[in-house]
Design a binder for this molecule. Structure first.
Ligand code: NDP
Ligand SMILES: O=CC(=O)O
Length: 323
């Protein structure tokens, strides 16, 4: 039987590439520069599978990919998939849940600690030689331990954050979302409440939902107005789950104390985005899952998902809407 042809649209670890090579013919775009569209078109015209991370899989891509049977993304989020278009064409979509959960939860805690104790801001302060003997209260922050934490989107990563909060920092955990999580309630004492109640009562608010039609701009002007004065807002979901103009306004007006952001409406974030000029904003370049170990595990899982899908087996990580 002939081996299926797959296209890998970015550099991946040698082990993942070798694994795919055991079962498939393949081509790989192995450079950091942007791939010319002709290269994509040439490969997609014959590809049964695509391994990517973040490339839009929409009608226009499907139109130039007549053989396509499966797309495997090296990410847990799959908001770059046009689900309806894929469903209509019978294209399988897979993602990489679980392997990155703990790593992303670590980063979220880093953002919480850095925002509360002003770690990134004060690092610059010391390195710029501004540290003086009588700085006193001007360098004070707020406590993370024993504070209240509201998690919006108590899924895999949300629960890993709740565990750290409960057992590491004795925080008072509450959550909102479209379904109850009895295990999280039992294990972490997490209290289920409406988003409104959560926003009004939490010292820290962490947004961890996927980006969907329902969650786009889930947090906007009205939600920032509901937050406690002095609240700290963390977003590691997707930039578009937040109305960024409303976030900027809330920070400029001093409505909230600080924000820790791993994601932005436009990525890479433009240098003139007002958020970048604010000392009380910790800004990261979408690195939630970016440790060597975790990125390796994600690539291997995505490679296995792809191979299974194009060789007629059912991969374990088909995205829920396409199951
Ligand atoms: N910054 C980064 O580098 C990373 C960001 N992410 C982002 O984090 C997201 C979550 O990942 P993960 O925890 O694995 O996913 P899960 O699917 O396990 O969790 C998502 C949670 O969000 C909830 N949710 C979905 N829609 C809504 C809604 N409309 N209102 C409130 N809650 C909602 C889900 O509810 P229910 O249980 O009812 O389905 C679920 O509990 C990813 O989709 C991705 O966008 C992920 C990894 C790295
Ligand atoms: O943002 C990263 C992901 O895995 O989703």
């Amino acid at each position: 039987m002939s081996r299926p042809f797959v296209f890998i649209d970015r550099p991946i670890p040698a082990e993942a590439e070798a694994y795919i090579g055991q079962y498939c013919e393949y081509a790989i775009w192995n450079r950091r520069e942007k791939m010319p569209r002709e290269v994509l078109l040439e490969n997609m015209s014959k590809a049964a599978g695509l391994l990517t991370a973040g490339r839009k899989v929409d009608q226009s891509l499907l139109d130039v990919s007549p053989q396509l049977r499966a797309v495997s993304t090296i990410s847990v989020g799959y908001n770059h998939f046009d689900i309806e278009a894929m469903k209509a064409r019978g294209v399988i979509g897979t993602h990489t849940p679980d392997v990155l959960t703990e790593t992303v939860a670590d980063l979220v805690f880093g953002l919480m600690l850095s925002s509360a104790r002003r770690i990134a801001e004060l690092d610059r302060y010391v390195k710029e030689g501004r540290w003086k003997e009588n700085d006193g209260e001007s360098l004070f922050g707020v406590d993370v331990h024993h504070a209240s934490l509201g998690i919006i989107g108590m899924g895999r990563i949300g629960e890993a954050i709740a565990r750290r909060a409960k057992f590491g920092f004795e925080m008072d955990v509450r959550y909102s979302g479209r379904s109850r999580k009895p295990e999280a309630e039992e294990r972490y004492g997490a209290v289920y409440m409406s988003m409104e109640e959560l926003l009004k009562s939490s010292d820290f608010i962490v947004l961890m939902t996927p980006l969907t039609a329902e969650t786009e701009k889930l947090i906007g002007r009205e939600q920032f107005r509901l937050m406690k004065s002095g609240a700290i807002f963390i977003n590691a979901s997707r930039g578009r789950t937040v109305d960024e103009a409303a976030l900027i306004e809330a920070l400029q007006e001093g409505r909230i104390r600080a924000a820790g952001l791993d994601v932005f409406e436009k990525e890479p974030v433009p240098a003139d985005n007002p958020l970048l000029a604010m000392p009380n904003v910790v800004a990261l370049p979408h690195i939630g899952s970016a440790t060597s170990r975790t990125r390796f595990d994600m690539a291997m899982l995505a490679a296995r998902n792809l191979v299974m899908a194009v060789t007629g087996q059912r991969p374990p990580n088909v995205i829920p809407e396409l199951k």
